[in-house]
Design a protein around this ligand. Structure first.
Ligand SMILES: [Zn+2]
Length: 283
């Protein structure tokens, strides 16, 4: 290859991935901003929290709209009259009935803007799924789920997991994300909550391949959505900031869990990592 051509290809590649990273980060910021009431989610609505039925409904509609641009199908599924999950499907590139599931809860507790808990998880799921939709090869179907009512005894994920079981869906693994916006000690550490051996190996293999050196702790925390799946026999894990290890947000469930307190650089690093884990699973 002629040097000039090699050089322009290099510039092109760098600027493409730069644009991609920038766009992803802008999208994540928009999602966290709107969900946490840093900016209006609709023309006349600035959310104080995502606790009331109305706030959760508006959030669900916004999320369905956001993922409709890259999903083959996106839906709001009411499991009760006043509660609903948001789902999006991205089909494999050759026909299969096997699914990988990635999800995050979108509700918050009352009077907490829930920027870290859990607009960050929602933003990570969004970005990973959007990226997977651009791949030329996807071995599995990908299901995105934004769960309602995690803060009310995991009702959304319970309803969703029950549906999977009843419909005999062939599920390879389930990954739920909850809180990835706090890293006070700056080590970029994360925790995998009660992963199966296979899931744990998958995450450490990709960390090794890409020379990620941040600590990945294995924790026994089951107080979030992945428990709903494990209880019904699905292979599931949770991904979170260092919750058990103590480097977790001091704003948890408070009115101070705002857009301003989110560590976006940390969220970006972990989004890129989880994106690589999912890309590898799709090969
Ligand atoms: Zn949460």
């Amino acid at each position: 290859m002629k040097p000039i051509l090699t050089f322009s290809l290099l510039v092109l590649t760098i600027s493409f991935s730069y644009t991609q990273t920038n766009n992803r980060s802008a999208q994540q910021k928009e999602i966290i901003s709107k969900l946490s009431g840093h900016s209006p989610i609709t023309k006349n609505t600035l959310l104080k929290d995502r606790h009331s039925n109305r706030a959760r409904k508006v959030s669900a509609e916004y999320l369905k709209y956001k993922i409709s641009f890259f999903c083959d199908k996106s839906e709001i599924i009411n499991y009760k009259k006043r509660a609903r999950n948001v789902t999006g499907s991205i089909m494999a590139t050759s026909k299969t009935n096997q699914w990988i599931i990635i999800g995050a809860h979108f509700d918050s507790v009352k009077n907490s803007p829930g920027a870290n808990d859990n607009a960050t998880g929602v933003a990570l799921v969004y970005a990973v799924a959007e990226y997977i939709s651009t791949l030329e090869v996807r071995k599995y179907n990908l299901q995105i789920v934004f769960f309602d009512q995690e803060e009310r005894r995991f009702k959304g994920s319970k309803a969703y997991a029950k549906q999977l079981l009843e419909n005999k869906v062939n599920v390879v693994s389930v990954h739920t994300i909850d809180q990835l916006g706090w890293d006070e000690d700056g080590d970029r550490g994360i925790e995998l909550e009660v992963p199966t051996d296979q899931i744990r190996d998958q995450y450490s293999k990709v960390a090794g391949e890409y020379n990620y050196t941040f600590p990945i702790q294995i924790s026994d925390v089951t107080s979030t959505d992945h428990r709903s799946f494990r209880q019904l026999g699905f292979a599931a894990t949770g991904i979170t900031e260092e919750y058990k290890n103590g480097d977790t947000t001091p704003h948890y469930h408070r009115s101070t869990d705002t857009y301003e307190t989110v560590n976006f650089a940390y969220l970006t690093t972990i989004t890129e990592y989880v994106q690589k884990v999912f890309e590898d699973m799709m090969k």
